[in-house]
Design a protein around this ligand. Structure first.
Ligand code: ATP
Length: 270
């Protein structure tokens, strides 16, 4: 997947500045940053700190980025795993990985645990679409639930998980004291696309007076990840032609290329 690899248990150098748009999501998740920075402020008043929040939204909209930004803002270690890593795993391995991860995070608390593609392990139990049942996935899910229940609310470990499919998740995951908060991370609108462009155009050498409004208007349906990809693709196209600057036309060529790619991808799915 796209996730960058961080040294396990180190913080990230990503902050909210790197996350364009998503104002509502950032505002909601800011509270988690506050919990991690000064848990005592909450616990002194007898408040229970939430254990986890679920980031819900389409692919490439910045869920992983936002989770990393929480760790970066709070300057706490970031531990992550992806649900898809657990598919096809040998018996016992998934559950023991989950156990290890929680143990390490607790040792380094306050800390963030991020579980990407949680639907791969968190699908409702007993629903295997008619295929052979995947006991190891269920073991992993059960271990995750056990871990979440096993540590005190004020252990200083907060678990963020991301999914495109909150509807398929096991209801047990969403119960109080587990992922009882959902934060929506939506596709960017015109203005948000402009902000995302501004982030990803920063390292790129542009022709003078590049019209960012125009770029935003040319990219309806693009996610943040698509825009990041587009900016790089445009720079590659310009470099191939030995240009000194990336021009509007390079972006248009890159848009065509990416839309072509998206259409192909959709054809395979349908
Ligand atoms: P998936 O569901 O496919 O895992 P995701 O929602 O976790 O996707 P990210 O992995 O966070 O998406 O996004 C991929 C990349 O796209 C980011 O590393 C970043 O470069 C870019 N990106 C996505 N959303 C934004 C955003 N809101 N602001 C800036 N960059 C973004």
């Amino acid at each position: 997947s796209r996730a960058q690899v961080y040294e396990k248990g180190k913080s990230t150098n990503i902050t909210f500045k790197d996350v364009a748009g998503l104002e509502g999501a950032k505002e909601e998740i800011q509270e988690i940053v506050e919990f991690l920075r000064s848990p005592q402020r909450y616990t002194d008043l007898g408040a229970k700190i939430p254990k986890g929040a679920l980031l819900v939204g389409p692919p490439g909209t910045g869920k992983t980025l936002l989770a990393k930004a929480v760790a970066g803002e709070a300057k706490v270690p970031f531990f992550s795993l992806s649900g898809s890593d657990f598919v096809e795993m040998f018996v016992g391995v998934g559950a023991s990985r989950v156990r290890d991860l929680f143990r390490q995070a607790k040792e380094k608390a306050p800390a963030i645990i991020f579980i990407d593609e949680i639907d791969a392990i968190g699908r409702a139990r007993g629903k295997n679409n008619g295929f052979n049942s995947n006991d190891e996935r269920e073991n992993t899910l059960n271990q995750l639930l056990t871990e979440m229940d096993g540590f005190g609310t004020n252990s200083g470990v907060i678990i963020l998980a991301a999914t495109n499919r909150a509807d398929v998740l096991d209801a047990a995951l969403m119960r109080a004291g587990r992922f009882d908060r959902q934060i929506y991370v939506d596709m960017p609108d015109l203005n948000e696309r402009k902000e995302i462009f501004q982030v990803h155009l920063k390292p790129i050498k542009l022709e003078k007076n590049m019209d960012v409004d125009f770029l935003s208007k040319q990219t309806p349906g693009f996610s943040g990840a698509d825009i990041a990809n587009l900016c790089n693709e445009a720079a590659l196209i310009a470099a191939r032609q030995n240009k000194k600057f990336v021009e509007k036309q390079d972006f248009l060529d890159a848009v065509d290329r990416i839309i072509g790619g998206l259409e192909k991808k959709n054809k395979i799915i349908t």
